[in-house]
Structure formats: structure tokens, C-alpha cells
Design a protein around this ligand. Sequence first.
Ligand SMILES: C[S@@+](CC[C@H](N)C(=O)[O-])C[C@H]1O[C@@H](n2cnc3c(N)ncnc32)[C@H](O)[C@@H]1O
Length: 270
Amino acid sequence: MIHEQVNETPGQDLDLDRMPGHWLLARMGKKVLRPGGIELTTQMLDALQISPDDAVVELAPGLGVTARMAIAAQPASYVAIERDESAAAATSKYLRPGSDRCVRGSAHDTGLEDGSATVLYGEAMLTMQTAAQKKAILQEVFRVLKPGGRYGIHELALTPGELADEIKAEIMCELSSVIHVGARPLTMPEWRDALIHPGFEIVDGATAPMHLLEPARVLRDEGFPGMMRIAFNVARTPAARRRILAMRSVFRKYGKHLCAIMLVARKPAY
Ligand SMILES: C[S@@+](CC[C@H](N)C(=O)[O-])C[C@H]1O[C@@H](n2cnc3c(N)ncnc32)[C@H](O)[C@@H]1O
């Protein structure tokens, strides 16, 4: 369980020049840390159709923005598995006593029982995993979902589907070096195949531009007060400003080859 005294902003003790890009953004006040923003999240949640009968599991909730939206649908239970202690503490704030919990752990080994979830989802987490880790996490998801259960992802994708390997490698290398996290997006057909491989059937999907750091998207995701708070924090933190501008410039440089993807799949009901 998460202790209340844990700082709820991840990466507080890390160096601004080296910390993972998502925690740098969180430190500046950004709460929505996924490539397609709240709009693609809303599309994913709509397709997942969470109802009071559902046992929901979220992998890597980050600061708990989607947790709050999922819990608003009043599922029977909500469990989150988050690797970062501060993020887990931030998510815990939104939980209903008795029915919900946030566990510090890893998505590939959740400790949850076979078939214990009817809905499971994760955003902006698989992209940062190696091929072997992605495979292990997707197998774990398949195990934890009940037959007939729904699975949603919201991740970074490369486009078009037949993008040359050298361009893929160049984009992954530049992205990883600027965000200081291994960025391993797949093409849209590769994401679909990754889900089909353990046995899922794809039932829905959508894409959105990768506009994580574009002002219009920041305004939509964070609201006006949130955007102003971020702008103020960035303006008085030159090291963060330098890094955020560098990240945005790589996102823009490869804009035509990057997008956000959401897929919803179903575990066959046998
Ligand atoms: C880019 S952030 C996205 C957070 C949130 N899902 C969102 O979209 O705003 C990535 C999150 O994945 C978590 N994470 C990364 N690898 C993980 C793993 N193997 N198991 C659980 N959480 C993980 C990080 O701690 C972080 O909270």
C-alpha cells in the first residue's frame, strides 16, 4: 500500500538534465503524459464501456488522470499497478476506499489472479519497453483478463506501416536520446500484431496526431490554469525549458512519421 507521506511528484530527486522526459513534464505541472491526449483517452474509455459490473485494472497510471475518469464510471473495483512510488501515491488520491487500490509493481508481473479483470488498459507505457518486455506484459494482460474481457492501449506509433527500418531506427534513437527513456514505438500494423499474437481480437481503434507538446493540445489536456502553471514553471526553470524545447523539436522533426494510437481488443470468450 502507498504511504501518504510519499512525495506525489515523481522524479523530485533527479537531475533536470537527465531525468525521464515524462517526469520532467510532471515536475513542470503537466498531468496528461500520453501521446494522444485526453481526447484519445476518452475514445479508449468509450470503447472499453466500463460499467458497475467491471473489475478494472490499469497498468502504469502515472499521475492518475485516467484513473479518475475510469472510477467515475463506478466500476465494482479498480486496481492500478505502477512502478514509480510517487506516481502510485498520486494515483492513490483518486481511489475509493474499500473497492480500489494502487499497488507498486511491474506490469509484466502484476501478482493479480488469472481472469480477475474484466477491463484492463494502459497508456504510454508499452512504448518504453523492449520487444521482450512488451511480449511479457501482453502475456500477463491476457492471463489477468477474464475470457470476454476488454483490453485498451494508447501508445506512440510510427507511420506509415511500411516505414523503412533505417528511418525507424533513426527516430527511436533521437527520441530516446532527447526524452532519456528508451522509446520503442511500433507501426500501427505492428501494434495490432502485438495484441493479436497472445490471442486478442481487435475490436476498435483510432489515431491522433502526436501533439503532446503543442500549445493547443496542452490547453485541451491541462485546461487554462494548468497551462499557465506549466508556462510559469518552465519560464523560471531554464534547464527544463531547454529540454522541453529539444523534445518538441524532435517531435516536430519527425511529425509526419509519429502519431498516437489507441486500440481496444477482446480476449475471446471461448
Ligand atoms: C509516460 S508515463 C505515462 C503515465 C500515464 N499512463 C499517462 O498516460 O499519463 C509512463 C508510466 O509508466 C510507468 N511504468 C513504466 N514501466 C512500467 C512497468 N514495467 N510497470 C508498471 N509501470 C511502469 C512509469 O512509472 C510511468 O508512470
